[in-house]
Design a protein around this ligand. Structure first.
Ligand code: MN
Length: 734
């Protein structure tokens, strides 16, 4: 028996915290877990001599593929009979019959809408490895395609839990196996069931398997767009690798579930609005999974989450056009948070994902995130490539092997020929066909997984969407300025990312909304440190040329352009009149970096820059990572005791719903903390939402936390945060 099969199928200990809260939370994603349980309960014996479990599987499959013919159904039955009889007598560590494993894996795939060939292969996926059944026999009875998939999974299993389970080894061994996305789908479902049943294994083995899952399987699920598998795998890995944080997060979710859900109230009023408008739509509260809640916590810097933060509203409609009709009602009857609006229908993600994203505030100021999509988009969002059926069928005259799978083109018809099919999947399928050997294919796939891909950024002007720009992953706002404006990129004086003022060095993420603030007089030019932020050749060449042409303009590190032209979020926190931090580099001047405005006790790292000055960045600042990666030697920096004359400067941003006296109340709250305001800026309200920026002088760096708490308690304020670099823990959620 392969080591894979030694994974225990016992009652998963990981499960313990979930049920009570999840039941209360109502709608779960696709409830794969319950289906898996149904399979286990129905393990043997039913009417007609056919076990209930296979009947349940067939019911689920027919639900997804109404066109699946009697012949296809008969094949599934035969595959089950062969798997059950050949695995008979084998048990998992838990004592359960082994057949419960392939059955659970196949149910996961059926629920995601996999076609019959994949399901047949999935039922048989452990037979060749662990029983008397041979590959030839599978081919004779079920055809070439099924045998090909079983062979691919068999090879993967040998690799996966072999002596060397390092991700790199795993990937290399993948190379030798199946070059078919369906093999990967089966592998993902197999891993999900094994992760669910990991509970009683030795802790070090749990950790090892969880790490490979984190490093290889989750990125793969993301790439293949299989959100339902990805979310559950993420939570299972989180529980194994970070048990304490997982328990804390679960406790928060439980506490939230015990109280009335404010999102349910918002959902009710949205239903009423849509009914009145005559739009047929299903509105549901979709809870965030634990990792998503945890990411949100990090994003908020540990600030408490509100009741509406534990989920999102999911609106499902029939037609593409209905999505925009729903959006219109949302933005008319509620107060939209315009920065949160993203149109992934017009510009689908690399992994096929399509939806409209927005956030709205109700009359009580509660902000709810809303996803709007059609039922078809929902299936693709949950099941990704699995919802596409046979990847060969759309592009080739005939499917490979016997190809008698009548269901493949069934319920999901139209998806495969979708002209918006994104580059990544098209490339993947192209490689599958064109690669001279499996090695070439997997090398390309591996590089693609590791390298990360192109991102799509939505550009806006004053809140109106105006276009999209594609950039390599890791690109910053500087890159975007040149990509959008060409040589006029020099005149970029500031940016808003997702509605918030942000440093020009901010790295952009897929789906970000970007507003470039341009100096229309075009009298400004790039700072030298723009080169640290630019990764695209177009930007780097333009900046270098400009700096060579106008060396005098950038002679001073601190004065790339006059302070007045600088947006407040990028405000200079230095140079302070005396050094506030010390370094052991002799005679070096120390200055605090503009991009991340460090304040004690931030962890900081120094780098020697032009003229021997030591620039001090927050350790979490992307510039630190980039300088280190570029081989620049970090210089140790220590904060000095005591405070410099004039104190520390920091820029704090407050987002609020516009109301009379807001400015007065905010400044009063700041003054009450005995903190001086150096400068303040108020963005003009957009859709009742305002952004206030305050650069303050802190008598003591410890005053910052109290200040932010005080600002947050001002009525109408829903977020307070420091001007900050793009964070490493970026929320990759949709
Ligand atoms: Mn297996």
């Amino acid at each position: 028996m392969s080591a894979d099969n030694a994974v225990n199928a016992g009652r998963p200990a990981l499960d313990a915290g979930r049920t009570a809260a999840d039941r209360k939370r109502g709608l779960r994603r696709l409830d794969l877990r319950l289906l898996g349980r149904a399979a286990l309960l129905g393990g043997s014996g039913g009417r007609d001599g056919l076990p209930d479990a296979i009947e349940h599987l067939i019911k689920v499959h027919r639900g997804r593929h109404p066109a699946a013919g009697p012949e296809a159904i008969e094949r599934l039955r035969r595959a089950y009979v062969l798997a059950e009889s050949s695995h008979r007598g084998q048990t998992r560590k838990s004592g359960e019959p082994f057949i419960t494993h392939p059955l659970a894996v196949t149910l996961i795939l059926a629920e995601l809408g996999a076609e019959t060939t994949t399901l047949t292969a999935s039922l048989l996926h452990d037979t060749v490895e662990d029983t008397e059944v041979t590959l030839d026999q599978v081919e004779q009875e079920f055809g070439k395609a099924v045998a090909y998939l079983v062979d691919g999974v068999t090879k993967l299993e040998k690799v996966d839990y072999g002596a060397a389970a390092e991700p790199e080894t795993f990937r290399k061994m993948l190379v030798a196996t199946g070059s078919d996305v369906r093999v990967m789908s089966i592998k993902l479902a197999d891993r999900l069931h094994n992760m669910r049943t990991l509970g009683v294994m030795r802790p070090e083995k749990q950790a090892r398997i969880a790490k490979v899952t984190r490093d290889v399987l989750i990125p793969l699920a993301e790439r293949l767009g299989v959100q339902a598998l990805k979310s559950e795998l993420e939570d299972l890995v989180f529980a194994v690798l970070h048990p304490e944080e997982h328990a804390r997060t679960r406790a928060m979710i439980e506490a939230h579930a015990a109280a009335p859900d404010p999102l349910a109230a918002v959902a009710d009023s949205l239903r009423a609005v849509l009914r009145e408008a005559g739009i047929g739509a299903e509105v549901a509260v979709r809870p965030r999974h634990a990792v998503s809640v945890h990411r949100l916590l990090l994003k908020r810097g540990g600030a408490q989450l509100g009741g509406c933060d534990f989920g999102r509203l999911l609106v499902r409609v029939g037609e593409d056009a209905d999505c925009y009709a729903v959006l219109g009602e949302l933005h008319t009857c509620f107060t939209p948070v315009i920065a949160e609006f993203k149109d992934f229908i017009a510009a689908p993600k690399f992994n096929l994902y399509q939806s409209l994203h927005t956030a709205v505030a109700d009359e009580q100021g509660r902000i709810a995130e809303v996803l709007v999509r059609t039922h078809r988009m929902h299936r693709v969002a949950e099941a990704g490539v699995i919802a596409l059926g046979d990847p060969h069928a759309g592009a080739e005259a005939a499917p490979p092997g016997d190809g008698d799978d009548s269901s493949a083109a069934g319920a999901e018809g139209g998806v495969r020929v979708d002209p918006t099919q994104p580059g990544w999947l098209a490339r993947l399928l192209e490689w599958q066909r064109a690669a001279p050997d499996a090695d070439t294919f997997w090398t390309a796939l591996r590089d693609d997984l590791a390298q990360d891909r192109e991102i799509t950024v939505f550009t806006t002007q004053g809140g109106d969407a105006s276009g999209t720009v594609r950039l390599p992953a890791g690109a910053s706002c500087v890159d975007a300025a040149y990509a959008v404006h060409g040589g006029f990129g020099h005149a970029c004086v500031g940016v808003r990312v997702n509605g918030r003022l942000a440093p020009l060095g901010t790295r952009l993420r897929d789906g970000d909304t970007l507003q470039l603030l341009m100096d229309e007089s075009a009298t400004s030019g790039p700072d030298r440190d723009w080169l640290e932020h630019a990764i695209t050749p177009a930007a780097r060449i333009a900046i270098t040329r400009w700096l060579t042409q106008y060396p005098a303009a950038t002679g001073q590190e601190q004065t790339g352009r006059s302070p007045a032209q600088r947006p407040v979020a990028a405000a200079d926190s230095g140079p302070a009149p005396e050094p506030v931090a010390v370094t052991d580099v002799p005679d070096a001047a120390v200055r605090l970096a503009r991009c991340c405005t460090p304040v004690p006790p931030d962890l900081v790292t120094g780098f020697v820059i032009r003229g021997g000055t030591v620039a001090v960045h927050r350790t979490e600042c992307p510039t630190t990572a980039r300088m280190t990666a570029a081989g620049r030697e970090p210089v140790p920096v220590l904060w000095r005791d005591g405070s410099p004359a004039g104190g520390y400067r920091a820029t704090v941003l407050a987002e609020a719903l516009s109301r009379p006296r807001l400015l007065a109340d905010l400044t009063e709250a700041i003054a009450a903390q005995d903190i001086g305001i150096v400068s303040a800026a108020v963005e003009p309200p957009q859709e009742h939402r305002v952004l206030h920026s305050y650069t303050v002088e802190l008598p003591d760096p410890r005053a910052l936390g109290a200040l932010m708490r005080a600002m947050r308690s001002v009525p109408g304020v829903y977020d307070v945060y420091r001007a900050r670099p793009a964070a490493a823990w970026a929320d990759r959620d949709r």
